[in-house]
Design a protein around this ligand. Structure first.
Ligand SMILES: [Zn+2]
Length: 254
C-alpha cells in the first residue's frame, strides 16, 4: 500500500489487523477498519462527535448529492487508479469518487468511524493533511472539499500530470441563511488556490429546508461557532427556508 510510517517514513505493510514498517513501528486498525497514523499525545482532534453527527444527518438528506454526483463524474473523466481525498470527513464524497486504490485522510476519528464502516473499499486514515503519511508521486487524483489547501503535500503526492480538484463555497453559498442570522450579511470571498488552473466549474442548487434541516446545516457551518446566542435564536421560529448551495470546483494540474 501507499501509506508511509509516520515515525520513519518507510513503507507500511498490512499484516492482519496491523500495519508495520521495516523498522518495527506498528499501528493497529480500529475495529471499524480505519488506521490511526496521527502521532498526537492523545486528546481529541478534528471535528467533534456532535458536529460529525449533524453533518451526517444533513448529508443524508441528499441536499449536496448534486455536488457528489458532479465529483463522481469529474473523477471518472481523469486517470483514476489512485485517488486521495484530503479532509474526507465521513467519506460522503470519497465513497463516490472513481479509483481502484482510494485513500481518505482526516483528523477526526469520529468522522472516520462512519467513513470506514460505510465504505470498506477506501483506506481511511487519521492524519493531518499537512503531514500526510503517503508515498511521493503516486496519486492520480487528489481532492479537497471545504478544507484548507495543503499545497506542498498535494504537489508532493501527485504523479506527474496528476490533477487536484478543490471544492470551495462560492460567493453566494448559503447567503439566505446569513440574511436571517446577520444584520449585514457578507458574501464569501473565493481565494486563489495558488496552483496552475486547468478548469473552473460553478454549480448551485436551491435547498428547501425544514427546521431540522436548517439546524443541521447551521451546525456544520463555521457560522455556528461565530454567531451570538441572540442571533442564533433568529432560527428558532423558522419552519422552513430556501437556501442556495453554491460551489466553485477548481481543477488544477501542478
Ligand atoms: Zn517506521
Amino acid at each position: 500500500m501507499l501509506l508511509r510510517c509516520p515515525v520513519c517514513q518507510k513503507e507500511l505493510i498490512r499484516n492482519g489487523r496491523s500495519a508495520l514498517c521495516a523498522n518495527g513501528h506498528s499501528f493497529d486498525y480500529a475495529k471499524q477498519g480505519y488506521l490511526n497514523l496521527y502521532l498526537s499525545r492523545g486528546g481529541s482532534h478534528g471535528d467533534s462527535k456532535e458536529s460529525v453527527a449533524a453533518r451526517t444527518r444533513f448529508l443524508n438528506r441528499g441536499c449536496y448529492s448534486f455536488l457528489k454526483e458532479h465529483l463522481r463524474q469529474l473523477s471518472e473523466q481523469y486517470n483514476h487508479s489512485v485517488t486521495v481525498d484530503l479532509a474526507c470527513g465521513e467519506g460522503y464524497y470519497t465513497a463516490a469518487l472513481a479509483g481502484d486504490d482510494k485513500y481518505g485522510f482526516d483528523l477526526s476519528k469520529d468522522a472516520l468511524k462512519h467513513a470506514a464502516k460505510a465504505d470498506p473499499s477506501t483506506a481511511y486514515t487519521v492524519a493531518s493533511i499537512f503531514a500526510l503519511p503517503f508515498a511521493d508521486s503516486n496519486a492520480d487524483i487528489v481532492t479537497t472539499c471545504f478544507a484548507p489547501i495543503a499545497k506542498e503535500e498535494i504537489i508532493r503526492i501527485l504523479k506527474p500530470g496528476g490533477i487536484f480538484i478543490a471544492v470551495t463555497p462560492a460567493e453566494d453559498h448559503l447567503f439566505e441563511l446569513k440574511q436571517v442570522l446577520y444584520e449585514q450579511p457578507y458574501e464569501n470571498t473565493v481565494d486563489e488556490i495558488g496552483l496552475p488552473l486547468k478548469d473552473e466549474i460553478r454549480i448551485s442548487e436551491v435547498m428547501h429546508l425544514d427546521h431540522e434541516g436548517l439546524m443541521d446545516l447551521f451546525a456544520m457551518t463555521p457560522y455556528f461557532y461565530h454567531t451570538s446566542e441572540k442571533d442564533r435564536r433568529k432560527l428558532d421560529g423558522l419552519d422552513h427556508l430556501d437556501v442556495k448551495a453554491s460551489f466553485v470546483i477548481r481543477i488544477c494540474q501542478p
